[in-house]
Unconditional design. Structure first.
Length: 219
């Protein structure tokens, strides 16, 4: 995977990641709008599946790009914010959990004593959606990135869980969904709003150095 060395490069990577998703969501909406009757009902069902897929994929991809950007900088552990220091230590601890030999455990103890000034290693795999990105999982991702759990997010928890995830699961299990065009458009707009807010929060966090123990002063 290509390294991301600057905030500008992160912005470009995010733009490339979300551009095709926006295009596909636009295409799905057009298919719904241009159909009627049973065809429209089928397209609405497909539209909800695609909407959920991009909700999960967009959040995961943008979050991992942010972690890749921080990882590329190889910042010392001691310079990382609590959230990213937690990520780095979790990466180390995962290695320890998989080890059975005492030597590996001893190396971790030595690391805690002396190596916090060395460059930290972060794993993008820490960002997980468990194939079911409900509000609690989304809030965990916010915490892992050190992002504020805004009221705009918490007030949409029911929408994420019930209107999006539950409907997606119902469709995936072959159940009937009675959802009209206006309902679908409202859901799509709300989810896109959340995704845009999340993306802006990631961009702002990177540009303000919120991944650092002491964020860079803004001029």
């Amino acid at each position: 995977m290509a390294k991301i060395r600057t905030v500008e490069a992160l912005d470009q990577a995010i733009d490339a990641e979300i551009a095709w998703r926006k295009q596909e969501l636009t295409t799905a909406l057009k298919l719904v709008q241009q159909s009627s009757g049973t065809a429209q009902r089928a397209n609405v069902r497909s539209g909800v599946l695609i909407l959920y897929a991009h909700w999960e994929g967009w959040v995961k991809a943008v979050a991992r790009l942010y972690i890749r950007y921080v990882n590329t900088k190889s910042l010392p552990y001691e310079r990382l914010s609590e959230a990213f220091l937690g990520n780095a230590l979790k990466t180390k601890m995962t290695e320890i959990e998989a080890a059975t030999k005492p030597l590996k455990h001893n190396e971790f103890a030595a690391f805690l004593r002396a190596d916090l000034s060395k460059g930290a290693a972060l794993s993008e795999d820490l960002i997980r959606t468990d194939s079911n990105l409900r509000s609690t999982v989304f809030f965990d991702i916010l915490a892992r990135l050190g992002l504020e759990q805004r009221s705009q997010y918490t007030l949409r928890a029911n929408l994420i869980d019930t209107e999006l995830a539950d409907r997606r699961n119902s469709i995936a299990h072959g159940e009937y969904l009675d959802l009209k065009l206006d309902d679908y458009k409202a859901l799509r707009d709300a989810v896109l709003g959340l995704l845009e807010l999340f993306t802006d929060d990631v961009r702002n966090a990177a540009s303000m150095g919120m991944h650092l123990a002491t964020p860079a002063p803004q001029t």
